[in-house]
Design a protein around this ligand. Structure first.
Ligand code: AMP
Length: 416
């Protein structure tokens, strides 16, 4: 189905033309028409499916059908998302879709000063894209009121549940009018997500495209069996051998990300890092440099990189496998987008083999193993020997502990 058949306002259609969008994606085909009519929606859609346009276009269209003057501190549309990076990315994308409309679109997220955001709020806000914590802070200070909100989007609702934001989300939504439209997007529709939808949505329509979006048809999955201590070395070798460019690498913990970054520096590979201990400015710079092809590798922890709209990514590397198979799907959602071919590369230690099996079960596909001479998962004894060898005089205790910890599945979750 093509966008021009929707009869959207000329400003929106022009923006879509500028973006080069003609055909709708599956989620857009299903969500835009009912959402434009004001229906509440629970959508099961992963990042990379075109979900931002699926919720933003119907809201923009309704705002255009019923124009109102902009108010200081009182938005018409509220989009809640779990991380600052997602808030920034959504803002950038929605601004593109609304570039020919007289709307003010503002992001409110933590990690930056309140004062600059206050100024913007005072100047008038039509659409706010916020992380729940920072928005509550603004509400507490009396900067923002939600009594004029007509449209609410909960983006990545499953992640907001996981991150413990739901109480904040509910507090915020209680401040919005009962008569509003609510669109809830989630990569997985778990029992808690359904319960949340029941509480917050009104006679909603369920839309699901996650299965049809089968990551498998544009993404090639490969796994390299390798001992934990040899992963960095193998990564550097593969980068050189295959000339991979624009590689996003996930580690489980910030410590592993730092360690890998140090090894890449040693090997003179241009890389940057994006994790929760880095300042907002440093993270933004890392992502901008990566997008602008100034660096070859972006090392990231999952929470920091979740949902980033980094396009044309040929390779996503799991330096460590995520504990939950669903997180594998989220991670590689950044490659193979919009029909491009992508490769999901996983380094799998002996301890991670079971996780790999769980991932294979989830994606319904066996992942090809590639053995590289000189690298092997080894036996447990070899691994332990290697660790003690490597850490004997030169390495600090901290480094060896990091490696051992990395083998305990799930140990790093709270460190991300
Ligand atoms: P999203 O899931 O919203 O993060 O979108 C994923 C990527 O697909 C983004 O890079 C969008 O710019 C792009 N995109 C969204 N909708 C379309 C479309 N209908 N045609 C082509 N690209 C699209």
């Amino acid at each position: 189905m093509i966008f021009s058949s929707l009869d959207l306002s000329p400003e929106i259609q022009r923006a879509l033309d500028e973006c080069g969008y003609e055909q709708m994606t599956a989620i857009q085909e299903q969500a835009i028409i009912p959402a434009r009519r004001g229906k509440d929606i629970l959508a099961n859609a992963q990042t990379g499916t075109g979900k931002t346009a699926a919720f933003a276009l119907p809201i923009l269209q309704q705002m255009s059908d019923n124009p109102k003057s902009v108010l200081a501190g009182s938005p018409r549309a509220l989009i809640l998302t779990p991380t600052r990076e997602l808030a920034e990315q959504l803002t950038e994308t929605i601004k593109r879709y609304a570039q020919f409309m007289p709307l003010t679109i503002t992001a409110l997220f933590g990690g930056v000063k309140m004062s600059a955001q206050q100024k913007k709020i005072k100047a008038g806000i039509d659409i706010v894209i916020a992380t729940p914590g920072r928005l509550l802070e603004h509400m507490d200070q009396g900067n923002v009121k939600l009594s004029s909100v007509e449209f609410v989007v909960l983006d990545e609702a499953d992640r907001m549940l996981d991150m413990g934001f739901i109480a904040d989300v509910q507090t915020l939504l209680e401040k919005t009018p009962k008569k509003r439209q609510t669109l809830l997007f989630s990569a997985t529709i778990s029992q808690p997500v359904k319960a949340l939808a029941k509480k917050l949505l009104n006679n909603h329509q369920l839309i699901s495209v996650a299965k049809q979006n089968a990551i498998a048809d544009t993404v090639e999955h490969v796994a390299y069996p390798v001992g934990e201590h040899q992963k960095a070395e193998l990564f550097v070798e593969l980068l050189e051998q295959h000339n991979w460019f624009k590689v996003l690498v996930f580690t489980s913990t910030k410590a592993q990300a730092d360690e890998l970054m140090a090894k890449l520096k040693q090997a003179k590979i241009k890389a940057a890092i994006c994790h929760g201990d880095k300042s907002q400015g440093a993270r933004r710079r890392a992502i901008a440099d990566f997008k602008a092809d100034k660096i070859q590798v972006l090392v990231a922890t999952e929470v920091a990189a979740r949902g980033l709209d980094i396009q044309n990514l040929d390779h996503v590397v799991n330096f460590n496998l995520p504990y939950l198979p669903e997180d594998y799907v989220h991670r590689i959602g950044r490659t193979g987008r919009a029909g491009n071919r992508g490769q999901a590369i996983s380094f799998v230690s002996r301890e991670e083999e079971r996780t790999l099996n769980n991932i294979e079960r989830l994606i319904g596909e066996r992942i090809k193993r590639i053995k590289v001479p000189g690298y092997s998962v080894g036996s447990r004894d070899t691994i332990l020997n290697n660790l003690s060898e490597r850490n004997r005089p030169a390495k600090s205790n901290r480094a060896s502990k990091t490696r051992i910890d990395s083998n305990k599945r799930g140990a790093g979750k709270k460190n991300r």
